[in-house]
Design a binder for this molecule. Sequence first.
Ligand code: WTA
Length: 631
Amino acid sequence: MRINNFEEYQQAYKKSVEDPEGFWGEIANEFVWKKPFDKVLEWNFEEPNVKWFLGGKLNITENCLDRHVENKPQQTAIIWEPNDPSDEAVSLTYKVLHERVCRFANVLKKHGIKKGDRVCIYMPMIPELVVSVLACARIGAIHSVVFGGFSAKSISDRINDSQCKMVITSDGAVRGTKSIPMKETVDDAIVTCPSVEKVIVATRTRTPVSMIKGRDYWWEDEIKKVSADCPAEEMDAEDPLFILYTSGSTGKPKGVVHTCGGYMVYTTYSFVNAFQYNPGEVYFCTADIGWITGHSYIAYGPLAAGAINVMFEGVPTYPDAGRFWDIVDKHKVNIFYTAPTAIRALMGNGLEYLEGKDLSSLKVLGTVGEPINEEAWQWYHKYIGKEKCPIVDTWWQTETGGFMITPLAHITKTKPSYATLPLPGIQPALMDENGNEIEGNDVSGNLCIKFPWPSIIRTTWGDHERCKQVYFSSYPGKYFTGDGCLRDEDGYYRITGRVDDVINVSGHRIGTAEVEDALNMHLGVVESAVVGFPHDIKGQGIYAYMIMDKPVEDGEMLKKDILATVTRIIGPIAKPDHILFVNGLPKTRSGKIMRRILRKIAEGDVSNLGDTSTLLDPAVVDEIKAKVGLA
Ligand code: WTA
């Protein structure tokens, strides 16, 4: 599966297009299957219906754990770096991780969890999180990890959507100087979740938590009662592996479903090739497992590849803005993967935090989550990579499961702010406004993918029609990404950002509709409209225009109250950076909010608002402009 030079990349790419089944079949055969697959691919993008490795039976944990335990039991699988640097880091070998996973898998079974059941995981970045994820996979339970920063309401919506029978959490979490309740938030969430029968609680902070008899159990007690022997459940290649909720343009977050076989093959293949991972190298991805990056490139891909994985509990700025570099120095990290927002934040803190840090172990740098601006790219390249480490700018999505367009480290010539070239198996298409594919180079359009790859989204949980509508109906016969993209004269791809109503805040996807729904729940709010605007550190910030039912007196206090509501309904990541109270919103005669205008005003640019003649009441725009001092 390993590509070693650019020529091999070109050959692999060619083969993947001409003979996709032969191409992926060969790669898939490098994994451990309980029963070989009969057919590589069956698909149509109309329903959509995509199946990879049909008839194949496997368990992904045998590939992530058992096969390494056989070959290299003493190799480190995970180095856990705690929030507080004076606490000791913990190393888990593949053998130890395997034991812990099996033991916890038996706890799940003992508490009635079976193949196909859904389990919600709401945990901080502690080893028990990876153990929980893999233990679910071990017995064929479908995990639904909810990022630890989401509110009780967000957790309960997700639990109810997929009817989780169990929640795995911890008493509390520590992030920087903050101590955060976890179990308490779960308690609030499950008041409205009748499907939840059991809650398992791992200790992290040993803060007081309520433990309800017959429902709540301590992790540490339960693992003592079971054996460490747990055979891996036989899974069909197309059985669901997990659900991960993500935001879109409309409605509530949807549960993206990934399946066992294709996801395993693709995350491993893309990990090994994009980062050019060599056995024994230390890899550090700073993402949280609550997001897809942590699923694919902490939990599954690297472990399936037998990598040494650094897992970090804390934040980049605690105890100071040199923490990432301390970790790189301390654990001699070879491959470092983070988000542009983190780079920009650290860049803003100055070079003094790099002093005395030995970064010479670094070979490859990566970024993900949002377009990386040239300034951040150059800083990362110069000061972190010392101009010798390629920057692998990986473009992909929750729905794609793995990297789509990315350089191969040391193989693809990089170019600042370009994700460069598609991985083998990925066939991008740029589309014009009439729905036609734009051929040739030096063009831009909406980014679609023409052919399935093994880790493509299979469905949205409980609502296949929604999957079809959102991803497969804008451009019939193609998967639509929601991103705008340009292809330059060299055929290199550069992602320009979302073309829909999704805001990318610090690399986190937030739907404008979701934030509006939360704002509208606040007392006295008549209507609201949310747009993204360029933000120096976060990439995009959230700008909210709000109409209240009476004139606003203490605006500052009211804003704080509104932010408290958003925090309670979604979580702190969805809090608007700006709130502007207005008397009206620019709407068309059919009642549609013209977000284009609101975006321009939020950007502070009203030089060209475009055609406003279709507005029901053009005076609204003047009023808003006057309010922000742009009139
Ligand atoms: C954006 C994160 C530019 C894009 C893995 C995409 C990027 C959305 C990049 C998916 C990148 C991700 N360059 N934009 N390298 N990577 N994006 O689902 O808009 O959280 O559609 O997956 O992030 O976000 P998601």
